[in-house]
Design a protein around this ligand. Structure first.
Ligand code: GTP
Length: 584
């Protein structure tokens, strides 16, 4: 036989190495350094002029730094001067100075007597970058000329930034790539939000709405942080309020995430003790939002001071709750952890970066955006899984609700429902209802106990179910009574079936201590007549069963109406089918 061809391990390793190499190459191309740069900076002092700063730079009084690494400039009232100098070999072609990732504040470029203010929320700038600030270097400026910038002071923590001077074509390519990447991430998040909202409305389940709220807030935070809401979205209304909206979105995202995870991971069942702190976190975050929007300076500064510590506590709380719920059997908690943990990790790395760690990793911001899309997709999968599980639970409940717990037969309600449908939909010329009642069942119970009675009921139910056709509708009417509806069967055949059932029950042997207990059943058969309802049919079958009891039990009786009609037609054989005890 031909052996299956297996890839040698080394070859498979090679394949992974190739894929990894290609990924690194892609990252390398996407983040290629452009022209080699030197940088120097100093804090802005009162009375500084561009000329005095450049003189100090040339005299070597500024602190140097590597612009190709992420650099965080200290936060001070007047901002920081930065000089970026391209290193040889100089290339005077059309080029662009970029600042990436997009800073929250503005950067001013000093060129001759002119100053150009660059900011993500500035809509006047020509050739504005996406996810980065860009300044097209004027054609007359030689590449060897250092460029003076001022990083303007911001109200928020200044994130680290990196400088590049790129040829125009490379800049355009990189800018477009980022735009496609960011648009895809936002599109994924928004698609998931739409889906969740539809599910929430259709299924009347608030869990999906909390999830949608969380993803919207996260997308908004990312949109503001990367500047996507300004370029390309041009949301001018957000220019003056982006800091406030950003802070509100952060607090609300934690509130929504808490409410969502509580329901999604079913904390009530899997981690009930953590339910209260998780709800308290959501309420606390909403209070912070109200304080932040109150317009009262004291409350605003309190809200600002509380936000970060609460964020850390909230993240930890949700992580712990997720882990506990997952370990205690919540399937959805695994989905939550799979989507949420990478984002937590990225947030921790970004915080470390703000404090000087990972100076090369300028892609962390982009990864946070991709992490948001990834999380949205994973949680949506989790929501779909939850819907599936709810459906399965509902099916189980439906089965339990429709079936008798002892005999596993259809219970009276479910049998009546289905029998009504069968009766209404029956096209056959004749249809029969059998009413079965075990004989002297009380005696059996009294003599041998209820357990024996239960065993007898189960044995009868199992035996008779096997005896009937799959299309026959058999159920427990209550106590020791059973009912069957047989479609497409005439009186003659119905009596034969009933007689067979009667004999079958009498052959059953229920072991009781050392003896075998014999059972018997009386059966009434009613044939559908014109104008019959289910109730009238059952009533006639019940009366026929009662007659069977009166005539000595362990026998089958046809309902009066059908017997009389048959007698009138001269069908004597019907009476012969009625079973007497001795014949069984
Ligand atoms: N073990 C057990 N007994 C049940 C169950 N449901 C009803 N029974 C008993 O079935 C007996 C029915 O008694 P009766 O209605 O007097 O009827 P019977 O003793 O069969 O007498 P005839 O019907 O006249 O032959 C009662 O003792 C009920 O307690 C059950 O689920 N398990």
């Amino acid at each position: 036989m031909e052996k299956p061809v297996t890839l040698p391990a080394i070859q498979r390793r090679g394949r992974w190495s190739l894929a990894f190499g290609l990924l690194l190459l892609w990252i390398g191309v996407a983040h290629a350094a452009g022209m080699p740069l030197n940088g120097a900076w100093q804090e802005v002092a009162p009375g500084d002029t561009p000329q005095s700063v450049m003189d100090a730079y040339r005299a070597g009084h500024l602190r140097s730094f590597d612009p190709s690494m992420l650099q965080r400039f200290p936060r001070n009232e007047l901002g920081n001067w930065v000089v970026i100098a391209a290193q040889p070999p100089w290339n005077n072609e059309d080029r662009v100075l970029t600042v990436y990732p997009a800073p929250m504040g503005a950067i001013s470029v000093f060129y001759g007597d002119q100053v150009r203010r660059l900011a993500m929320n500035d809509f006047s700038a020509h050739g504005h970058g996406h996810g980065r600030l860009a300044w097209r270097v004027p054609a007359g400026l030689p590449a060897s000329t250092p460029i003076l910038l001022r990083v303007e002071p911001t109200q928020t923590v200044s994130a680290p930034i990196r400088f590049h001077i790129l040829p125009w074509d490379t800049y355009l390519q990189r800018d477009t790539q980022w735009l496609v990447f960011a648009s895809t991430c936002f599109a994924v998040m928004l698609a998931m939000v739409m889906m969740a909202l539809f599910f929430s409305l259709m299924l009347r389940d608030i869990t999906y709405a909390w999830y949608a709220g969380y993803v919207v807030c996260y997308a908004l935070i990312q949109g503001i942080q990367t500047g996507f809401v300004f370029h390309p979205l041009r949301w001018q209304w957000l220019v003056d309020s982006s800091t406030l909206v950003g802070a509100v979105a952060v607090a609300l995202s934690v509130a929504f995430a808490s409410l969502f995870m509580m329901r999604f991971c079913d904390l009530r069942r899997h981690a009930p003790l953590l339910q209260v702190p998780v709800v308290a976190m959501a309420v606390g975050m909403i209070q912070l939002v109200l304080m932040r929007c109150s317009g009262i300076p004291l409350l605003i500064s309190m809200a600002q001071a509380l936000l970060n510590p609460l964020l850390m506590i909230g993240a930890l709380l949700l992580l712990v709750a997720g882990v506990i719920a997952a370990l205690r059997g919540s399937r959805q908690a695994w989905f939550f952890l799979a989507g949420w943990t990478p984002l937590l990790l990225l947030t921790a790395l970004t915080s470390a970066q703000v404090n000087g760690a990972l100076p090369h990793a300028d892609w962390l911001n982009d990864l946070s955006l991709a992490g948001g899309a990834f999380e949205a997709a994973v949680l949506s999968l989790g929501l779909a899984d939850r819907a599936l599980q709810l459906r399965q639970d509902r099916d189980v409940v439906q089965v339990l609700a429709d079936h008798d717990s002892l005999t596993r037969l259809l219970n009276r309600r479910a049998w009546t429902e289905r029998a009504s449908a069968m009766l209404a939909g029956s096209q056959a010329p004749s249809l029969a209802v059998l009413f079965l009642d075990l004989d002297h069942f009380k005696q059996l119970n009294d003599r041998h106990g209820h357990n024996t009675g239960d065993r007898a009921l189960v044995a009868v139910a199992t035996t008779l179910s096997a005896e009937l056709r799959p299309g026959d509708l058999f159920g427990r009417h209550g106590g020791e009574e059973f009912v069957a509806m047989l479609d497409g069967i005439d009186a003659q055949e119905a009596m034969q079936v009933a007689t067979r059932l009667c004999r079958r029950v009498h052959r059953l042997e229920i072991p009781v201590r050392d003896e075998e207990q014999l059972l018997s059943v009386s059966i009434g058969v009613a044939m559908r007549q014109h104008g019959d309802t289910l109730e009238s049919l059952i009533e006639r079958a019940d009366q026929a069963m009662y007659r069977a009891k009166l005539h000595g039990r362990n026998r089958v009786c046809l309902d009066e109406f059908t017997s009389r009609a048959a007698r009138e037609r001269g069908e004597k054989r019907l009476r012969v089918v009625e079973t007497r005890r001795e014949e069984v």
